[in-house]
Design a binder for this molecule. Structure first.
Ligand code: GTP
Ligand code: MG
Length: 250
């Protein structure tokens, strides 16, 4: 079972207008500091936060109860002028958890009125998180023939294809910066990652490595996924034939 907590700035659109039109730099600074604080507060509780379109956050919140969310809200309310709404959901796949959180908010299933928390909490029971960390093999060599902006265009095209492919497997893809992506996965996505790697090779001449991590919390699953990816690099750099996929569990 995977639990997701989706944080969204409350009434952000109307609030942005109160800043006048010379506001974009202010909004960018606010979004960056908000992200820093949200990542700090949730990672302290063994969760991992994925930035979604800069003004929304998807948290793999396995193990967290309503009380943990209230504590985090209290901290954020002290630090920022804007408030956040939290929608919590869980399911057998990350997409289902996202739907459940969405329905919780839409149908006004209130968990805590004062701190704007909606949805359904699974907490600590039956916790299982799978994260895949995908990274382009030797992006550095592409930099020799492509300018920085052309590289970005290649990476965003890859992001779009990855997001569509894994959404069909009920999994959610996030861009982490550089040439790094993470997929909040389930068994279905894990089984099809080789198909995606092969497809990108054939269609776009992009070579990917994929580290997989399985654990009971988001942060531990990410740690193992990254460790798996680094293991692929170590095998490659030792001159042996490298696997494209490597998996670790705890
Ligand atoms: N978010 C995130 N970014 C990373 C990580 N490691 C590297 N990066 C970023 O990815 C960019 C590309 O670095 P690499 O992937 O190491 O370069 P590469 O030439 O593709 O080398 P290999 O991936 O080892 O084949 C770096 O400039 C960083 O911005 C990571 O673990 N997480
Ligand atoms: Mg790379």
């Amino acid at each position: 079972m995977i639990q997701l907590s989706i944080l969204k700035i409350t009434e952000y659109g109307p609030w942005t207008l109160t800043l006048g039109s010379d506001r974009e730099h202010e909004l960018q600074m606010l979004q960056a500091s908000l992200y820093k604080e949200v990542q700090k507060l949730f990672s302290e509780k063994h969760c991992i936060v994925f930035l979604n379109r800069a003004d929304e956050f998807f948290v793999v919140s396995n193990g967290l109860e309503l009380e943990d969310h209230i504590q985090i809200q209290k901290n954020l309310e002290k630090l920022f002028d804007v408030k956040l709404t939290i929608s919590i959901g869980y399911g057998n796949s990350p997409f289902e958890a996202n739907l459940k959180a969405y329905e919780g908010k839409k149908n006004n299933i209130i968990l805590n009125t004062e701190h704007n928390i909606f949805g359904f909490v699974n907490g600590k029971s039956d916790s299982k998180v799978t994260i895949m960390h995908l990274d382009v093999d030797d992006l550095t060599s592409k930099r020799k023939t492509n300018s920085p902006y052309e590289i970005s265009s290649i990476i965003f095209d890859l992001y779009s294809k990855m997001s569509k492919f894994f959404l069909e497997k009920n999994s959610l893809t996030f861009f982490m910066g550089g040439d790094n992506f993470m997929v909040i996965s389930n068994d279905d996505a894990k089984k099809s990652v080789q198909e995606f790697i092969n497809k990108m090779k054939t269609d776009d001449n992009i070579f990917l490595n994929c580290g997989i991590g399985n654990a009971s919390t988001g942060r531990d699953a990410v740690k193992l996924a990254t460790k798996s990816l680094d293991t692929i690099r170590e095998i490659r750099d030792s001159g042996k034939e490298k696997p494209e996929i490597y998996e670790l569990s705890c």
